[in-house]
Ligand binder design. Sequence first.
Ligand code: GLN
Length: 475
Amino acid sequence: MVTETYECFRQRVHSRETTCAEELERALKSIEENSHLGAFLTVTADAARKSAEESDTRFQRGTPRLLEGMILAIKDNISTRGIPTTCGSRMLERFVPVFDATVVERLRHHGAIIIGKTNLDEFAMGSSNETSHFGIVRNPHNPDYVPGGSSGGSAVAVAARMAHAALGSDTGGSIRQPAAFCGIVGFKPSYGRVSRYGLIAFASSLDQIGPMARSVRDVALLARAISGHDPADSTSSEQPPINPRTAPLAERSCLGIVGEEILSGCSPEVRTCYEEVCRLAQQAGYRLVPIQFDSMDAWVPTYYILATAEASSNLARYDGVRFFFFKQKTAYEMMTATRTAGFGTEVKRRIMLGTYVLSAGYYDAYYRKAQKARRWIVENYRRIFSTCDAVLLPTTPTPAFHIGEKTSDPLAMYLNDILTVSANLAGIPALSLPAGRSGNGLPIGVQLQAPFNADEVLLGIAYDIEQCVLARATA
Ligand code: GLN
């Protein structure tokens, strides 16, 4: 197992208690011992050993970089040069990118050690990590439960200490929801703050890469390293890199807290945990103001119309010409054979739904209406943030559910995203952090959301809340 956090590990290297090479061997051993959890699709042990040696040299010379020796796992929908990048799909089973995603390039530049690629729901579509072509992922706290999705492999790699941290992608909650289910911190930055170049597209106007780790400070460090303008991504923000201030805030700000309209849909354990965190925040000096989401009924339907519409268009490129080859007599037959064999059930369901809402007769009734609803959601947030600095809400309505519990009921699965999708629709930053446990020992998370581009404020408050929760746990 790796050291509790990267920050602690770095201190231990400085005080010569351990080395990057030793830490890497502990990580590799942990991957081996936990192979039943299904977290990794590819482990790049040899390349990682080489990077670890280089990191040790840098530490010895006194020239360590920002992330020197940080052991990182990368979700398998983020392109890595020379390393298979499958998206959890048969379609990309043999795809080996010829370039690194911008985030991967930046991680390498800052001295991180890439240990491998993690399992995910096929094309990042799912909330339970049960749709990968390469098998399910299990929750390390109880292997009969799901780890959440779609960045489940990344969450498990961090939670079971096979890596210090990981990258995930979040289109409707795929970083925050698995982080909550596995008891770690997961951060979705503001849309555009982190380059999507090299992220295999699901729904481009919602997709965002972000860090997952065991502390807010580790997450903040990673956010700083991977954010900042990228000319290779036309939607990349001109804002400077995220530069968080993760020290206790001098002046406690104002937190918006949610009421019955959200809490009545949550399990009693999630509710209790949320209310406890509100109390801790208040004790710490935060002013709490009740807020009201009037757009809430529109969140899930709007998300699933827009996300599937964009997915149906993005996934049209998998036609058999480049990524998967079926020798057939005609182009039409090739496409049919490729798409039939290459995509799994959930991906096909979404392509059909997305094609339907974009079709001539239904465009106005669904797609255009969903675009309008999205504007309304953005306005709703704007109003809310005129009364508070950040919003505190549960990450998920329940703790992790049983494997197989929701696979036959896509709607029940989609509703699990109710509390996460609105942040993607509004493009705002959001973070989940561990807040407690259920009676049977499964982690429960709380979520913070802040105004667009207030990523620094969000991380500062998150650090503060994390400290309150930790202080209560040790009290
Ligand atoms: N669970 C959501 C979905 O299935 C979100 C996925 C994601 O964020 N990648 O669409």
